[in-house]
Design a protein around this ligand. Structure first.
Ligand code: MRU
Length: 353
């Protein structure tokens, strides 16, 4: 997507300098900073500390992590396990690691293994960008149908960041929005701030702002009220792991939006590349994170410096669950690169790779 008129992916291999580069998402929206990944440890650190985040981008970064590990001559299996342990919920992580492992497994020659790992990581990136474009092309039909049936903008509500920053390019849930805007459809996005890490307020708002798309940031608990007052036409969210039965795991708070949507007859769709579908299990490991993400908040201070302040009393404890599960019965459909499918086992089986 464009940042001040220049196209950026969220991760790329710089052929000239032979390094992997990422956008440091921990500094957005205040600073646009590009970092280099040179080692396996850099890649693990980037995923763990959420310099990169979002299910497809976590997978792509892990694939590059294996390339960097082989370049450092580190044992492949250890690197695989180290990367796998960085974050538990997004199934793209395992998917990408397995894909790289399958590519290098038949190769004996070290330089061939290094080259194949890099090639596979780049293929994962290219395919992710193209899959997200296809998700946009399929998903835009939902927005177009609403636009044709009403006057004024189509109001989309989204949670967390499921835009290009969560993927390699274009995004999942935001891809239909970008497609709609490019097709001249009038769209406005309600952006849930998404506590505790505020990926909506800091990342989704920033990327929509950079693309010039009308949007309004709302506190996390506002969506229900907006839906009761007919101010939301459709909810579009991403997913870190969708099971073969159509249960959708996404950032904490997604489930409450789905309940409110169901109660108010608002369509609720998850945009999901096939790499985010777990075909093997209906069990979803839910990440719990540092309680400090709840007790403290980050932002720019009055001196224009990035700062962190405490919100809660010193003695209060906090419990930081990062994801929740929206059961398939609350999901109107799953938008994939292959089309839109009902959230159930029979329908999803049609697109099982
Ligand atoms: O904790 P994060 O920021 O990695 O969570 C990201 C999300 O919840 C996204 O909605 C999800 O990855 C799907 S969008 C590609």
């Amino acid at each position: 997507m464009l940042v001040d008129g220049k196209h950026f992916r969220t991760i790329w291999f710089d052929e000239q300098d032979q390094v992997v580069r990422i956008i440091d998402q921990t500094r957005l929206p205040h600073h646009f900073k590009i970092l280099e990944l040179n080692t396996l440890e850099d890649s693990c650190f980037a995923i763990r500390t959420m310099q990169v985040r979002g299910a497809p981008l976590i997978g792509a970064t892990a694939a590059f992590g294996l390339y960097l590990a082989l370049k450092e001559d580190l044992p492949f299996e250890e690197a695989f396990n180290q990367l796998l342990a960085t974050r538990p919920t997004a199934v793209n992580l395992r998917w990408a690691l397995d894909r790289v492992a399958a590519a290098v497994e038949p190769l004996q020659d070290h330089s061939q293994r290094v080259a194949s790992t890099l090639e596979t990581a780049q293929a994962i990136c290219d395919e992710d960008a193209s899959n997200c474009t296809d998700i946009g092309r399929h998903g835009v039909s939902l927005i177009r149908d609403i636009a044709q049936a009403k006057k004024g903008p189509v109001h989309v509500l989204t949670h967390c960041n499921a835009g290009w920053l969560a993927t390699v390019d274009r995004g999942t849930a935001m891809a239909p929005v970008y497609e709609a805007v490019e097709n001249g459809i009038d769209v406005h996005v309600w952006v849930d701030e998404t506590r505790p890490r505020n990926q909506g307020a800091s990342l989704t708002a920033w990327e929509l702002y950079k693309q010039g798309i009308p949007h309004t940031v709302i506190a996390d608990n506002t969506g229900g009220h907006l839906m009761q007052n007919r101010m939301v036409d459709i909810c579009l969210v991403g997913s870190d792991r969708t099971t073969f039965r159509g249960n959708v795991c996404n950032k904490i708070g997604t489930y409450l939006k789905a309940l409110a949507a169901h109660d108010n007859g608002v369509p609720f769709y998850a945009a999901v590349p096939l790499s985010s579908i777990d075909w093997t299990s209906d069990e979803i490991p839910i990440e719990t994170r540092d309680p400090e993400e709840i007790t403290h908040i980050h932002g720019l201070n009055t001196q224009g410096m990035l700062d962190r302040v405490r919100l809660t009393p010193e003695g209060s404890t906090a419990y930081n669950v990062a994801f929740d599960i929206t059961p398939a019965r609350l999901v109107s459909g799953i938008i994939t690169e292959k089309g839109i499918f009902q959230a159930n086992e029979d329908n999803l089986a049609k697109i099982k790779p």
